[in-house]
Design a protein around this ligand. Structure first.
Ligand SMILES: [Zn+2]
Length: 441
């Protein structure tokens, strides 16, 4: 990657080595959530900042689950830029890993560990953007705020959600960078340099199915077994071809991909379908997903269950009426003895951040200057992130991890053998620094 002239003054090979060592140490702090226990991680990051004279504040609302807020002051002529990340990680099933998951082991140019992509490496990229600006002593036109929060993997209410409710003054910022979109080294099964910048995210709407029937002794034929009804309903949902949902946002994303030459003619529906179906992530971007995740049936082998329930993870493409969606689900099940309910109460739908902001333009400029064939496209995050809290406060919030992750790196999100290549870490450090430098100096 060509290092831009404005990065002169930074000894990048040395910074790369320093950041890699920091990431290794960070990965060794086990912040599996539950229970989280993120305080050591918050202090690990904060100590690195404080050692160079950057002011840090810790908030420990929940014991053992501290959040860190650090601020590099600017001259106040522009509103602050916030860099936000989460310190917790999802639990591991260590027996499926080829390396110890909290080792930070480096092998074949990859650094392994739970959090290597989600999102401790991105936290390190943000951390070094702040450290490097401070070391260079450049005058800043706006404050730079670094926020590392716990509990994102538990829904965020104890982390960013708490801050959003209790520290509104913190969010008097111009914009925010967090996770949710990443660079990708491929698209549609072909090599690419695609930097997705998430401007919104799918709406989590998990469902519960409740089937009722006639209970009785399991020694006799049971014409009306609730378990059979439930399974028939689940099978209908699993076979349901829901097609692609095109909204103004998903259409704009397609147009971005087309402009970058990553997909062909948008009117060629067959080719479009094939390109989207090359990756489950793309399918998820364009469709309301339903995944059966839990089934609860019966209490004893010889009792026909009167009530059987299932839980379905369901995520909607933003901009839809979720009650209309519920009626569609009911119509597909088509059984009056199977009811469908939302598990979560109605809440504000995910907000959408604008594309016509200085930060979005800077991200586009930095990526396309680094790689002339880079495509920078506004996207929808298929997973929930802390951005939903900041977006609902009106802060333009972008999911942006500036590294070109391969499919196997992307599989590390909540998967086994999570890793990031050292090359991607280095790229992320340089691009994140450059984006932040242009925004704050
Ligand atoms: Zn994450």
């Amino acid at each position: 990657m060509p290092t831009s002239p404005s990065s002169s003054g930074i000894d990048w090979p040395r910074v790369h080595a320093e950041a890699l060592a920091v990431l290794q140490r960070y990965l060794r702090i086990d912040t599996s959530n539950p229970p989280g226990h993120e305080t050591p991680a918050a202090h690990f990051l904060g100590d690195l900042l404080a050692a160079e004279g950057i002011a840090c504040e810790y908030i420990e609302e929940m014991p053992g689950r501290a959040m860190l807020i650090a601020r590099l002051p600017g001259d106040g002529s522009r509103r602050p830029l916030m860099l936000a990340n989460h310190t917790d990680v999802v639990p591991v099933e260590a027996e499926y890993w080829d390396v110890p998951p909290f080792s930070g082991l480096i092998r074949d140019g990859r650094v392994y560990g739970r959090g290597a992509v989600d999102m401790k490496s991105a936290g390190v990229m943000q951390l070094f953007a702040m450290l490097l600006l401070h070391r260079l002593g450049l005058p800043l036109r706006r404050d730079l705020i670094f926020v590392a929060v716990p509990d994102e993997e538990g829904g965020g209410e104890g982390g960013m959600g708490w801050l959003a409710r209790n520290r509104p003054e913190l969010f008097d910022v111009e914009c925010c960078i967090n996770e949710g979109g990443t660079g990708m080294a491929d698209f549609g099964g072909r090599p690419a340099r695609l930097f997705e910048v998430a401007i919104t995210e799918k709406e989590m709407s998990p469902l519960q199915l409740i089937a009722v029937g006639t209970p009785g002794h399991a020694s006799k034929p049971a014409a009306d077994n609730s378990a059979v009804r439930l399974i028939a309903a689940l099978a209908r949902l699993a076979r349901w071809d829901r097609g692609l949902t095109l909204t103004p946002i998903t259409r704009a994303y397609l147009e971005g991909l087309h402009a970058a030459g990553l997909i062909g003619d948008l009117d060629d529906r067959a080719a479009l379908d094939a390109a989207i179906h090359a990756s489950p992530d793309s399918v998820a971007t364009f469709s309301n997903t339903l995944n059966i995740t839990m089934i609860d049936v019966g209490m004893k082998f010889n009792v026909v269950p009167a009530r059987s329930t299932a839980t379905i993870d369901c995520r909607l493409v933003p901009g839809q009426d979720r009650h209309a969606w519920l009626r569609e689900v009911e119509a597909v099940i088509d059984d009056p003895l199977v009811s469908v309910e939302f598990i979560l109460p109605d809440a504000e739908a995910p907000a959408v951040s604008p594309e016509d902001t200085e930060l979005f333009r800077v991200i586009r400029d930095v990526c396309t200057e680094a790689f002339e064939d880079a495509a920078v496209v506004a996207s929808t995050s298929i997973v929930g992130t802390d951005n939903r809290f900041t977006r609902l406060l009106g802060v333009p919030s972008y999911g942006f991890i500036p590294a070109l992750l391969s499919q196997s790196e992307r599989d590390g999100f909540h998967g086994h053998n999570e890793f990031i290549t050292v090359d991607n870490l280095n790229m992320g450090l340089e691009l994140m620094y450059e984006v932040v430098r242009r925004m704050v100096t």
